[in-house]
Write a protein that binds this ligand. Structure first.
Ligand code: ZN
Ligand code: ZN
Length: 290
């Protein structure tokens, strides 16, 4: 039996909202999620592989979750999943039928927590016939999994040595990165929002398509007042990641909080025709047809 744990980003989120007060009304959906995570303790038995067992997967390019089988009972998952579906329903009235079909499939056992796991660079393998677009499935997956997978990987996180993992998905859960940090020594660290892990990566490299051609890798800078924040984009696959240079902005919050708190940068990137792998509030608010 695992210990009860929560993901509590309450203080970091309050601090972000103080710094970005004009965005607060637009970010209300995240208030609900932060509250849900902080007030829903979950019992998860951490993965107990040793460094060798982890390295064996990483050297083959396999994220741990692909070969691990976490015991996540419905009673553990549903207190998170139920409210997440409600949050999505409140935001997207047009998704009513899809959400109902999702809930029915869940109750019938046709969908389980593994249907939410990252696979092949996307989040969730929910059948398209359910009628939920990929943005919504991605959001539901990430919002439900974070409080479950963060404690699941707690004991193996330190086993990852620098340079062992060279891929563009999380070495622990397999999700694409959600944000990127330039840390104190100038290295780039990609952040996984789905399990709360991170891994170092080259700064001249597109994590989505592997492109290393400096001519294709563009840095979009926000206009003003956002020192330290920038957008890394790739003209080949049109993917982008928001980044924060922690050497310039030392008082920034956790990567997830900084990502959620900077929707204006997503607008800049998306107006220029770039896409992101993990959905943000910007795509979520759109009536979906993708
Ligand atoms: Zn992860
Ligand atoms: Zn690319």
């Amino acid at each position: 039996m695992g210990v009860m744990s929560t993901v509590d980003l309450t203080d970091a989120w309050s601090d972000l909202l103080r710094r970005r007060a004009t965005f607060a009304p637009a970010l209300a959906i995240y208030d609900e999620l932060i509250r849900l995570w902080a007030t829903t303790p979950v019992a998860v038995t951490p993965l107990d592989w040793d460094a060798g067992e982890c390295a064996q997967r990483w050297e083959r390019g396999v994220p741990l979750l692909a070969e691990a089988t976490p015991r996540l009972e419905s009673e553990t998952v549903e207190p998170l999943l139920g409210p997440v579906l409600d949050i999505v329903g409140g935001l997207r009235g047009d998704a009513f039928d899809g959400l109902r079909a999702f809930a029915e499939a869940w109750d019938a056992g046709r969908l389980t927590v593994t249907s939410l796991f990252p696979a092949r660079g996307q989040l969730g393998t929910v059948d398209q016939r359910i009628g939920l677009d990929r943005v919504l499935v991605g959001f539901i997956s990430a919002a439900t999994l974070r409080p479950l997978l963060e404690p699941y990987f707690v004991a193996v996180r330190d086993h990852l040595a620098d340079g062992v993992w060279q891929l563009g998905v999380c070495p622990f859960c397999g999700a694409p990165p959600g944000f990127s940090d330039v840390v104190e020594d100038g290295r780039r660290r990609l952040a996984c929002h789905v399990c709360g892990s991170g891994w170092t990566a080259s700064r001249m490299w597109c994590s989505f398509c592997g492109n290393t051609d400096s001519q294709d890798l563009r840095r979009l800078e926000p206009e003003s007042g956002d020192e330290g924040y920038f957008i890394s984009s790739c003209t080949k696959c049109r993917g982008y990641l928001k980044e924060l240079d922690r050497r310039v902005r030392w008082n920034g919050g956790p990567a997830l909080v900084e990502d959620w708190g900077s929707p204006h940068l997503d607008l800049v990137a998306q107006r220029s025709g770039y896409w992101r792998a993990l959905p943000s509030i910007v795509e979520l608010g759109k009536k979906g047809d993708s």
